[in-house]
Design a protein around this ligand. Sequence first.
Ligand SMILES: NC(=O)c1ccc[n+]([C@@H]2O[C@H](COP(=O)([O-])OP(=O)(O)OC[C@H]3O[C@@H](n4cnc5c(N)ncnc54)[C@H](OP(=O)(O)O)[C@@H]3O)[C@@H](O)[C@H]2O)c1
Length: 339
Amino acid sequence: MKAWELGPQGSVDSLRLVERPEPEPAAGEALVRLRASALNYRDHMILNLIDSAPKSEDRIPLSDGAGEVVAVGPGVTAVEPGDRVMVSLFTGWFDGPLLPAHFGTDLGGGCDGTLAELATFPASSLVCIPDALSDEEAACLPCAALTAWVSLVEFGQMKAGDTVLLLGTGGVSIFGLQIARMMGADAVITSSSDEKLARAGALGAVHGVNYVRDPAWGRTVAALTGGADLVIETGGAATLPQSIEAAAFNARIALIGMLGGVGIESDPLALIWKHIHLKGVLVGSRRSLEEMTKAIARNGLKPVIDRRFSFAEAPAAYRYLASGAHFGKIVIRHDEIPG
Ligand SMILES: NC(=O)c1ccc[n+]([C@@H]2O[C@H](COP(=O)([O-])OP(=O)(O)OC[C@H]3O[C@@H](n4cnc5c(N)ncnc54)[C@H](OP(=O)(O)O)[C@@H]3O)[C@@H](O)[C@H]2O)c1
C-alpha cells in the first residue's frame, strides 16, 4: 500500500511517498481503507517543526481521516467490515478529562496518522459516519470541528442568543461560526480579507471585522456587540489582548491556538476585572466526537471544504494550507492513488 511519511521534517519537501506492507488488525483493532483525509494547522506545524519536536522520519502524517472498515481483529464488535468510520485524533482518549497518558496516541504526531491507503486503529477510537455526511465531510470533523464544539458547547456552555467571536477564517473558526449559528448564537468573525468576510457573512456571521485594517478590532467588536460571550482564541500572542478587549463581563475564552505566536503578553487585570474564564482546550474525546457528529448530522451542518487535492498532491495541499488562502477546510481524496 502507498503512504506518505514525514521524512526529516523542516519543510514540505521532506514529505516522501513510500510503499509499505498492508497492515493487519491486531486484537481490538480495525483495518480501515481511508477515503479522505483533511489538513489542520497542526499538521503544518509538525512538518515544519514549528513549536514541535521532530518526529520519527517514517511517521505517517495527518490526524483527520474517514473511510471504510475492511477487516477487524479478534474481540472487535463495535464496528464491522463495510462500516463507514472516522477516527478520533487521540485514539486512546475515549471519555472523561484529558490525561497525560493520552499523549502518544495522537494521530500524525505521537503515532502514525491517516495519510495512507490503509491503516489500523483501535476500534474504540472509531465513530460511525451518519448517512448525511460524505467521507470527505466526515474527514473534516475530528480535529477542527471537535475543537470548536468542545470550546463552545462543553466548556463554553453556549446558549441561544449568545455572541461568539471567531478569529480568522480557517478550519476551526468556520466550524465555530457554523456551530454557533446551528445553536442560535450570533457569530462575529475577523479576517485579513474582505472577500473572506463576505463569505462568512453569507454563512450567517452578523459582523465581520478586518483585523489588518483595524488593529484595535477588540474594541470594535465590543462596540458592535456589547461584548462577546464566547471567544475561540486561535491567534495566541497576536490576538489574546484584543480578544480580552472584545469580551463581555463573565465571558469564556477557549485558548486553543497560536497562529500569531506563543509568547503571550497580556494584562491579567483585564481578566480579573471582567471575571473572564480563560481555559486551554485540546480537541476532545471520542465521546465528544460522537455527540458532536450526531448534532451536526441532525441539523444538516455541512463542513465548508475550500479545496480538494488528490493523494499524490499531498505536498501541494500542505503548501496551500501554509499560504493561508483557504476558507474552511482542505481535503485530500484517497481515490487516485498513484501506481
Ligand atoms: N487546541 C486544539 O485542540 C486545536 C485544534 C485545532 C487547531 N488548533 C490551533 O488553532 C489554530 C487554527 O487552526 P486551523 O487548523 O483552524 O488553522 P487554519 O485553517 O490554517 O487557519 C488559518 C487562518 O487563520 C487566520 N489567521 C492567521 N493568523 C491570524 C492572526 N494573527 N489573527 C487572526 N487570524 C489569523 C487566517 O485567516 P484569514 O485569512 O481570514 O485572515 C488564516 O487563513 C492553530 O494555531 C492551530 O494549531 C488547536
